[in-house]
Design a binder for this molecule. Structure first.
Ligand code: SAM
Length: 327
């Protein structure tokens, strides 16, 4: 068999594609359209030859269309890259460019040592979320990035299980509140609360606009607001097995009989080899947290060990899947 080099050449090239898109976002290309290379270079004080190379490369990636020397957004960049779009992923792209890029540069050391790379890449020590929140701007980039990415999955994650019996849904570490909003959209007679660290809650209030309650606190050390359904979305993958055990025990103890826990994470398959998005996310967790992604069976075992009696996992087809555990 004569193997094709395409898998390897494609992966050698992959970072160039990401970096081209990140650079166009950083430079405000998708807000400046329709524009010519000359007009863009003049307005943004960039080099004309290099600007033309960048804009033409964006055309080749499907991020811009070009007609008679004028560049305009494609439907994809209009919806997902323009910063003012309600479904923008620009925040997640900027967070990837400014933070993850630098952490991933040290992936070989992360693999050697089995730990995140904040001290090596950013010279910071301390609890994980202090790194994400080290400046107002980095906190906002991180949280709005998660918001955009979360919006791709939250309504499917809520729809994955029957939550009709739930009266009060409390999203622990709920960030900007996209999951809680998806819950009240689908169950308008129930109420929802976002519980997150005090540094996060002002942005949660801004985004949720009074549609859900917002409570500041630490889910490891403070009492949890009473609820018949808790959610942990992209939370368990941040932490070590010991901290997950602690949190799940605490959630189980706080729930009434028949109460439930909704876990939203990317599920990896039973052979632990895919899907690729989840495998990449698992390595990403290695570079920036104490955690990793898990299989449905692993979440079931963690929930059963905390006392939950029934656990069912649903693959949503969106970037985040949904596991429901019943007390
Ligand atoms: N659930 C949100 C989502 O899916 O978009 C946010 C996920 S983000 C990876 C982790 C969230 O957990 C952040 O909003 C962070 O502030 C919050 N968090 C981290 N440690 C926490 C703690 N000890 N108590 C409460 N929230 C915490």
């Amino acid at each position: 068999m004569n193997p094709s080099p395409q898998t390897v050449t494609g992966l050698i090239d992959a970072f160039r594609r990401s970096k081209t898109m990140f650079t166009a976002i950083e430079l405000g290309v998708f807000e400046a359209t329709p524009t010519t290379a000359e007009a863009f270079a003049k307005a943004n004080k960039t080099n004309l030859r290099a600007t033309t190379l960048l804009l033409d490369a964006c055309v080749s990636l499907g991020l811009l269309a070009k007609e008679d020397g004028t560049y305009s957004n494609t439907p994809e960049s209009e919806v997902f890259l323009k910063r003012s779009s309600p479904r923008t992923l620009a925040g997640y792209a900027l967070y990837s460019n400014r933070v993850l890029w630098r952490l991933w540069e040290h992936l070989p050391d992360a693999v050697r040592e089995g730990s995140h790379r904040w001290p090596q890449a950013f010279h910071t020590e301390g609890p994980i979320f202090d790194h994400f929140f080290r400046t107002e701007e980095s906190k906002r980039t991180f949280l709005t990035g998660l918001h955009g990415f979360g919006m791709l999955s939250s309504s499917q994650a809520i729809a994955a299980h029957d939550l009709r019996a739930v009266k009060h849904f409390v999203d622990l570490g709920g960030g900007t509140g996209h999951l809680a909003l998806a819950f009240v959209d689908q169950y308008p007679d129930a109420r929802a609360t976002v519980f997150d660290l005090p540094q996060v809650i002002p942005l949660t209030r801004e985004i949720t606009g009074g549609r859900v309650q917002c409570v500041a606190g630490d889910f490891f050390s403070d009492p949890l607001p009473p609820a018949d359904c808790y959610a942990v979305a992209r939370i368990l993958h941040d932490w070590s097995p010991a901290k997950i055990e602690r949190l799940l025990n605490k959630i189980h103890a706080a729930l009434p009989a028949n109460g439930c826990l909704l876990i939203c994470e990317m599920l990896i398959n039973d052979t632990r080899t895919g899907p690729t998005l989840a495998m990449m996310q698992s390595l990403n967790m290695l570079t920036c947290t104490e955690g990793q992604e898990r299989t449905a069976a692993e979440y079931e075992a963690l929930c059963k060990a905390a006392g939950f009696r029934r656990v069912s996992a649903k693959v949503t087809g969106a970037p985040v899947d949904a596991v429901l555990a019943i007390k």
